[in-house]
Design a protein around this ligand. Structure first.
Ligand code: NAG
Ligand code: NAG
Ligand code: NAG
Ligand code: NAG
Length: 480
């Protein structure tokens, strides 16, 4: 195993001074993480952070965002707190990215646990997306910049490699090495969307000291696939229940944002929303079939699809029209029910308003790691219809949603996970549920309220921060 490309914990050079951000941070988000002042001789995990530094430079984040104040003087008697280095695709905008942010924000805002972790982050895994970065709230970007500059000794650091196992050292594609050499303890944080984990990923999981997965479904599928059971721990994901709070927002004007693909453009009395990457796994074909078979233009209903490309071009309108033409779908006598695509970039800060514009959320995926848009919609008190298989079984119940029962599994037909199984949602069942949620608004509202309550009780940042801190404490107890 050649590890030449991952050494060099070069001594910190003093060009990147983070001190000016400290006071802003304290004001903005009252974080309770303590920082090692630049005067100490702790080494900087420079090589790991080159990627995010680079983007910081490009984006101009090496200059102060607000007027700086000097950092507080160092306390010479303070003993360093344990350090947690979270490595994830923080600027990719994908699933692992928003998931990683949910942990970081939870830990930052609710780090009142006795182990008083110092937290630092590094970019790792997927590629970077400047639009996503720019769409993040300024506090989050400021926090990112500061966390990147937290000083830690690698040999005293617990590392979380939050990505697909193919990105773990030695990576199967170009990315910053995770775990870095000489780190104290390595945790792989991952998940999967099919019924099993392939042999290569099992091997990579077993090379970690611990593996965190978000659901019982994953605990069982990972162990069944050969991951050492004593390493696998369930650590659920947080949903930002304060940010995704229906009382705080007015709806986004989706009618003017959406590109009309089928039907006619007009205000409708019921709006279905779906949010997904354009890939077969997401069951967009099932969704379109169900919706277009069940409704026509007289139903005064519309379906908005917020989607973005996944190894495909972005002409989703064409893809939908082609799909409809190639399918056995017959145009209703009264004309198609309206379908809109939103393919313009929606800034992260506008997402709650998007959910707020909908009456119900629907996602008939074949498999999900967690299903972030589903829990976001639930936190926004929407009734949701989602496939009751894989990750979402962790939080979907009859009381808080419309779990779409799975009656058969199907084989993954192509890609690296060919031969694995995932769920095949039924078009007829989805039709039934969509009609039902539209005809039973009061029931939907009650489920939506229960959904928000469940998100607050089980997956709020405060609760998840406590779960993570407890796990880290277990690690600290173990490594002494
Ligand atoms: C980490 O390295 C530093 C400096 O080399 C050393 O003083 C310290 O004892 C080491 N910590 C552990 C836990 O090995
Ligand atoms: C599983 O992991 C534990 C601790 O992480 C280790 O002690 C044990 O030897 C491992 N078992 C196998 C079969 O590798
Ligand atoms: C459809 O619903 C909207 C909103 O409730 C209403 O303004 C509109 O008149 C309805 N259209 C028809 C054709 O019923
Ligand atoms: C959803 O799936 C879980 C786990 O398989 C199961 O226990 C539950 O009964 C299912 N719920 C519905 C409504 O099908």
């Amino acid at each position: 195993m050649n590890s030449n490309n991952q050494q060099n914990t070069t001594p910190r050079n003093s060009t990147l001074k983070s001190s000016y951000i400290l006071s802003i941070l304290i004001i903005l988000i009252a974080i309770s993480i303590s920082f090692i002042p630049p005067q100490t001789n702790h080494t900087k995990i420079q090589h790991l952070k080159s990627t995010i530094s680079k983007i910081s430079q490009i984006l101009g984040f090496n200059r102060p965002i607000l007027n700086p104040n000097p950092s507080p003087p160092p306390n010479p008697n303070s003993t360093p707190n344990p350090c947690l280095l979270w490595m994830a695709p923080f600027i990719s905008g994908g699933g692992y990215c928003s998931e990683a942010w949910s942990y970081i924000l939870a830990l930052t805002h609710h780090n009142n646990h006795p182990n008083n972790l110092r937290l630092t982050i590094a970019q790792h895994g997927d590629s970077e997306n400047v639009y996503y970065w720019n769409g993040l709230p300024v506090e989050v970007r400021t926090l990112a910049y500061d966390l990147v500059n937290t000083q830690c000794r690698l040999n005293e650091t617990i590392v979380v490699c939050h990505s697909e196992p193919g990105a773990w050292y030695p990576p199967l594609f170009e990315t910053t090495p995770c775990p870095p050499r000489n780190s104290r303890f390595a945790i792989g944080r991952t998940m999967f969307e099919t019924d099993r984990v392939n042999a290569e990923h099992v091997k990579r999981c077993n090379a970690m000291d611990m593996v965190w997965v978000p659901t019982e479904f994953h605990v069982s599928s990972f162990v069944k696939s050969g991951v050492n059971a004593s390493k696998v721990v369930k650590v659920v994901q947080a949903v930002d229940t304060e940010f995704f709070d229906p009382d705080r927002y007015a709806p986004l004007d989706v009618l003017s944002l959406g590109n009309l693909v089928l039907g006619s453009r007009s205000k409708s009395s019921f709006v279905f929303l779906s949010v997904f990457k354009w890939e077969y796994r997401k069951g967009w074909d099932v969704l379109l079939q169900s919706y277009l078979k069940e409704f026509d233009s007289l139903d005064n209903v519309s379906l908005f699809l917020l989607t973005n490309p996944y190894h495909s071009d972005s002409n989703f309108g064409n893809k939908i029209v082609e799909f409809v033409e190639d399918s056995a779908l017959e145009k209703p006598v009264n004309g198609w029910a309206s379908v809109y695509v939103i393919d313009s970039h929606i800034a992260q800060v506008d997402f709650p308003k998007l959910y707020k514009a909908a009456d119900a959320f629907v996602l008939p995926s074949r498999g999900e790691g967690w299903g972030r848009p589903i829990v976001e919609a639930m936190a926004m008190s929407l009734p949701v219809i989602a496939t009751n298989w894989s990750g979402p079984t962790e939080y979907l119940t009859e009381e808080n949603s419309y779990p779409l029962t799975v009656d058969r599994m199907s084989e993954v037909m192509d890609g690296p996970f060919k031969g694995h199984l995932w769920a095949e949602p039924s078009v007829d069942k989805l039709r039934f549920l969509m009609r039902h949620v539209m005809d039973n608004r009061e029931e939907g509202k009650r489920k939506g309220e229960k959904a928000r309550k469940d998100m607050l009780d089980k997956f709020s940042p405060e609760i998840v921060a406590r779960i993570v801190s407890d796990q880290i404490q277990r690690v600290l107890d173990r490594i002494g």
